[in-house]
Design a protein around this ligand. Structure first.
Ligand SMILES: Nc1ncnc2c1ncn2[C@@H]1O[C@H](COP(=O)(O)OP(=O)(O)OP(=O)(O)O)[C@@H](O)[C@H]1O
Length: 330
């Protein structure tokens, strides 16, 4: 029993689904008898103003946004000793957990495209609401039993009109964020581009052992063409991933344009964004032979571990020195 295993009135805790830097997430039964993922912040999180505010932000925004490709918040209390967030339970856990468990370098092509289309769909929705997510990465994508994905962790999300604190994970952070500029929907698209390389190409395009190495890579290097890494990926999708990684925000496509291109590669006609049913199938079955040469062969390669969130812009240099991109966060 730790401090984040405390009782929340009305919820029966079953087992721990995972522990992060700021909270523990339990499988629980809510007052309506539903299985939910119950997030309870560590006492330390509630003590540190920034962390407490981030948790409160996650609670508020998870309850506010409604989209089938966003992790749904059922109920929550943003502040205080009884702070919690009750969310939709994703039985397969996070995409990073899943990739680690599967021990594969990349998923089968249709599965990877489906996940990417779902994340692009969630981003397209958020961007239309005038919000920026700021933390797109495998750790924050959740999977259900049908192979559908939902984007979670709204802790860093903010409305552009209201402004917000710039943050992100160094593996996924756009060049303008490294430059200390403000984030935008285009910086989310950049992170989506990294995710596309990761899922379709088997690796992130920019790597490094330190924050500085990663910064240099993101600022100065250009990714190898995704078509070259994986010729099975449709050229139109590979092109989108490459454009998403453009150094200048204005040169990147929108999340909606990426979503459409991926859905077309899946053999679906993209429908309007926002409803429960975002796509209409062209064929009764999802296209098996996606891309130019069919599905992706699997290679058993263990995955690198996730990076923690970087020091926020305003944080001190000591934080940066102590930062280790390969430390597990749970
Ligand atoms: N909705 C959910 N369904 C199933 N499992 C979940 C869900 N939400 C979180 N988990 C599990 O709990 C773990 C911890 O959650 P999460 O990463 O959100 O915690 P956190 O403390 O906010 O993380 P950090 O602050 O380190 O980013 C996840 O890695 C995942 O395994």
């Amino acid at each position: 029993m730790t401090d984040s295993d405390r009782a929340i009135p009305g919820y029966a805790l079953h087992r721990v689904l995972g522990r992060g830097n700021t909270s523990a997430v339990h499988l629980a039964i809510d007052p309506e008898g539903r299985k939910v993922a119950l997030k309870i912040p560590h006492t330390e999180t509630l003590r540190v103003q920034d962390a407490a505010e981030r948790f409160a932000n996650e609670v508020r925004l998870s309850l506010k946004f409604r989209h089938p490709r966003l992790v749904r918040g059922w109920a929550g209390t943003p502040h205080g000793q009884l702070a919690f967030l009750s969310m939709e339970f994703y039985p397969k856990g996070s995409l990073s957990d899943h990739l680690e468990k599967m021990m594969v370098r990349r998923l089968e092509l249709p599965q990877a495209l489906r996940i990417l289309a779902d994340v692009a769909s969630a981003l397209s929705y958020l961007h239309k609401q005038g919000a920026v997510h700021q933390d797109v990465k495998t750790h924050n994508v959740y999977l259900n039993d049908e192979g559908r994905a939902a984007l979670g962790d709204m802790g860093s999300t903010y409305f552009v009109a209201q402004g917000g604190k710039v943050s992100g994970s160094p593996y996924y952070m756009a060049p303008e964020i490294y430059h200390g500029e403000t984030s935008s929907s285009a910086s989310d698209v950049y992170s989506l581009g990294i995710l596309m390389y990761e899922l379709l190409g088997g690796d992130r395009p920019f790597n490094g052992n330190t924050y500085e190495e990663l910064m240099v890579a993101h600022l100065t290097r250009f990714p190898v063409s995704l078509s070259h890494i994986n010729p099975e990926v449709a050229r139109s999708v590979a092109k989108m991933a490459e454009l998403a990684l453009a150094k200048r925000p204005n040169d990147r496509p929108t999340a909606e344009a990426i979503r459409r291109e991926i859905l077309l590669a899946l053999g679906e006609i993209p429908a309007e964004e926002g409803g429960e049913d975002e796509t209409r199938k062209v064929q009764a079955e999802p296209a098996k032979n996606v891309g130019r040469h069919g599905t992706t062969p699997q290679r058993p390669v263990p995955r690198p571990t996730e990076a923690p969130a970087p020091p926020a812009k305003a944080e001190k240099v000591e934080d940066k020195r102590g930062w280790n991109p390969f430390r597990r966060r749970k």
